[in-house]
Design a binder for this molecule. Sequence first.
Ligand code: CP3
Length: 356
Amino acid sequence: MHSGSALPTTHPLVDGRTAQSALVQAYQGVRPERRPIWMMRQAGRSLPEYRAVRAGIPMLESCLRPELVTEITLQPVYRHSVDAAIFFSDIVVPLKLAGVDVDIVAGVGPVMGSAVRTKADVERLRPLEAEALEPIVTAVGMLTAELAATPLIGFAGAPFTLASYLIEGRPSRDYVHTKAMMRDDPEAWEALLTWAAGVTGTFLRAQAMAGASAVQLFDSWAGALTHDEYQAFAAPYSTSVMAAVSDLPVPRVHFGTRTRDLLVAMRDVGATVMGVDQHTPLDVANDLLGGRTPLQGNIDPDLLAADWDVLADHTRDVLRRGLAAPAHVVNLGHGVPKDADPDVLTRLVALVHEEG
Ligand code: CP3
């Protein structure tokens, strides 16, 4: 796996630090002795130490300060003993670094200075220059120096999800403008998604080259598309993002919510592992995928607030169903809610380590 790899010889996957880790093994379809677990949004508002270091610093600014990114990324690794760190950043960071007027408003999400609605709007978008990624590359380097045998997961947003933020201008429930551009202005759509694929692929590759041992592509809103719409209007661009890292020996996870009908199509854009949300049991997902794709998921985040026995029984059910797949990385079905009790998260990780 290492010969001919374009990764630097000092990369944790190449120099031996993370290649035998439970996470990387499971992502490669080998069942490790102990089932690995990490949680989407494990860093963030559920942790008091996060709220303390973020106080007074806007979200996107915090993502561009390498020392702060390093500290925040490591907080849940130390507190919960999870089997991976996920890079603290956001899917809109590469848009910001390409010069897009975007802000993350607390309690709302990404908000654009002006929505991208026409071909002329798309033509004003600039490419992402490699130099702009300097804070990202620096932070990944600082992290891999601290993490030793614990792998760092890099991530990016898929072109469809990014385009939906750019077109709607803010988080949306119905994607009216997105679906209108998709249907009525194929030239603008193609130009916008091609631009988004370039920007987000560059961001993902930079993290992999700088030391991430796996990458995850988030297409959070793909579930708003039918299978045919996904194939026509999203898959070609996600294929190009996966291709931006497919020459590297780095596992490629793909995740979205409410994607039962899209799992095969999302795997076939070039993913090597599928993330599954809590709406599809893992054994069902495994059958849909033909039994050959390692899975990640899918503890229901809503049950973090339930009685411990309910959460523990549900987790055992997830572990049992995960045995159907070639290998299984335990995660939540979506991100940690901001009001989750951190002690419950620590206890959940311990349960998976004992029983997984
Ligand atoms: O710990 C981790 O998982 C890594 C960090 C991470 C963040 N965003 C940090 C963040 C990751 C992987 C993301 C991805 C992301 N960002 C997605 C895909 C994953 C998903 O949840 O479906 C999406 C859709 C976004 C866009 C976005 N950014 C939203 C919807 C929000 C929430 C807005 C809010 O305040 O409720 C953000 C902000 C954001 N990104 C926060 C964090 C920790 C909260 C900001 C804060 O701390 O004030």
